[in-house]
Ligand binder design. Sequence first.
Ligand code: ZN
Length: 45
Amino acid sequence: MSEHVHVRLNQGLGVSENGELVEHLSCRCGATWTKSYQVQGDDSE
Ligand SMILES: [Zn+2]
């Protein structure tokens, strides 16, 4: 296998059950990723 630099194409955003922001990414080769972001928010407001 030759080295391959994945190109992360944004496939959209979602929100998990935990209220985290989830980013879906994929490369032309078929690799996929999900990145989740903890939304830091207090319910105190
Ligand atoms: Zn790739």
